[in-house]
Design a protein around this ligand. Structure first.
Ligand code: FAD
Ligand code: DHB
Length: 390
């Protein structure tokens, strides 16, 4: 088997890259270890920056996102029993759309299929070879057969647990990591929205987030012990915790609904440099992870793909190598900005068990500042919508 660009992983990064390359006349093959049903049903992110929406629309997969996604012009910060609004559109001229990641995946898979794209599911034993030569390859098992995909470039879009990152020699890599001592308990429930906009709540019991999926399905999260078991949380206990953390002194309450999905995710910040070696390039969670508080993970994966698409186009159309050579440095500027923002949001909003009463007061002081100073609110809003200067 031969193609121009071999892509490992059919997450948002791999699928979008493959489709954008196709639109530029560049061939690719996407290899995915899970089934189509699995990738189309995994519940993850929900917030899309304007730049992400623009690139999805440019790729011709924006119609359902525009019709079914909800445009949000602001969000609320809840703390000390009150709620204060961050008006994203007023402060930045931009907004965000709430549209589930697995719906983005469905749209991208459908577009790849319709275009006759090569997308192999349920591959196993993926390994990368010859990245220091001009003829790299990917070996894998598919349908019980040993296969080899020869290509000009290998793009590792295989998420945080994939094989690509480890294919860059350890001596050339420097990893930066911070693991947080808490996780998020996430639920999906049937019922009406509790609020017109997302609510990020800081409470002495811990952080909580009220998000949405549609008029009838809601998404909520609350800070928990990352080793907590879903089985310990009855629906009643979950609602009691969300009410305690989010309901405001003036009577605004979270609306209970029928919970049909529960999951717990750990939280960490991670950046692997370099994101390229020879003919191997990493994009998305394969190279970096952010805690979900800033809603940046999916958006960063898409931003990497934008840079990489332009670099591969410059190579194939103009025979230029400079954009490919500069990929890691270019992408890392935005990545470090988002890493800082996600870390900052996480530290400001979560219950920090190692924080002294003094540091806890600093969290409140910072929330007062970002909700009363237009300059501070603008900085937060620019980061949230993804237009902060780098
Ligand atoms: P992934 O989506 O992880 O895709 C990688 C793919 O590669 C997977 O399908 C995997 O099966 C496949 N794969 C792995 N190994 C192999 C292999 N060896 N061979 C072949 N295939 C392989 N981000 C936001 O922007 N906004 C949010 O609101 C947000 N909220 C989040 C909430 C939660 C609870 C979580 C968990 C994440 C959230 N994120 C959010 C982060 C976001 O989901 C990820 O950053 C995003 O999925 C990264 O996309 P990706 O394509 O890089 O990787
Ligand atoms: C959602 C997830 C996030 O991490 C976030 O910051 C906001 C919303 C969501 O899944 O809706």
């Amino acid at each position: 088997m031969r193609t121009q660009v071999g892509i490992i992983g059919a997450g948002p990064a791999g699928l979008l890259l493959s489709h954008l390359l196709h639109l530029r006349g560049i061939d690719s093959v996407v290899l995915e270890s899970r089934t189509r049903e699995q990738i189309e049903s995994t519940i993850r992110a929900g917030v899309l920056e304007q730049g992400t929406m623009d690139l999805l629309s440019e790729a011709g997969v924006g119609a359902r996102m525009k019709a079914e996604g909800a445009l949000h012009h602001g969000f609320e910060l809840a703390f000390e029993g009150k709620r204060r609004r961050i008006d994203l559109t007023d402060l930045t001229g931009h907004s965000i759309t709430v549209y589930a990641q697995h719906e983005v995946i469905k749209d991208l898979v459908a577009a790849r299929m319709e275009a006759g794209g090569q997308l192999l599911f349920s591959v196993s034993d993926t390994s990368i070879h010859g990245i220091e030569t001009a003829t790299p390859s990917i070996r894998f098992q598919h349908d019980g057969q040993a296969c080899e995909l020869q290509c000009d470039f290998v793009i590792g879009c295989d998420g945080s647990q994939g094989v690509s990152r480890a294919s860059i020699p350890a001596a050339l890599r420097k990893d930066y990591e911070r693991v947080y001592p808490f996780g998020w308990f996430g639920i999906l429930c049937e019922g009406p929205p509790s609020s017109d906009e997302l609510i990020y709540a800081r409470h002495e019991r811990g952080f909580a987030l009220v998000s949405t999926r549609s008029a009838n399905v809601q998404r909520m999260y609350f800070q928990c012990d990352p080793k907590e078991s879903v089985a310990n949380w009855s629906d009643d206990r979950i609602w009691a915790e969300l009410h305690a953390r989010v309901d405001s002194a003036d009577g605004q309450k979270v609306v209970d609904g029928k919970i049909f999905q529960k999951n717990i995710v750990g939280m960490r910040s991670f950046v692997s440099t370099t994101m390229q070696h020879g003919r191997l390039f990493l994009a998305g969670d394969a190279a970096h992870i952010v805690p979900p508080t800033g809603a940046k993970g999916l958006n960063l994966a898409v931003a990497d793909v934008r840079v990489l698409t332009a670099a591969l186009q410059a190579f194939y159309v103009e025979n230029r190598l400079d954009l490919l050579d500069g990929y890691s440095a270019t992408a890392l500027k935005r990545i470090w900005r988002a890493e800082h923002f996600s870390y900052w949001m996480t530290r400001m909003m979560h219950r920090l068990d190692d924080a002294s009463p003094f540091e806890q007061q600093l969290q409140v002081a910072e929330l007062e500042h970002v909700t009363t100073s237009r300059a501070a609110a603008t900085a937060m809003a620019e980061n949230y919508v993804g237009v902060a200067a780098v």
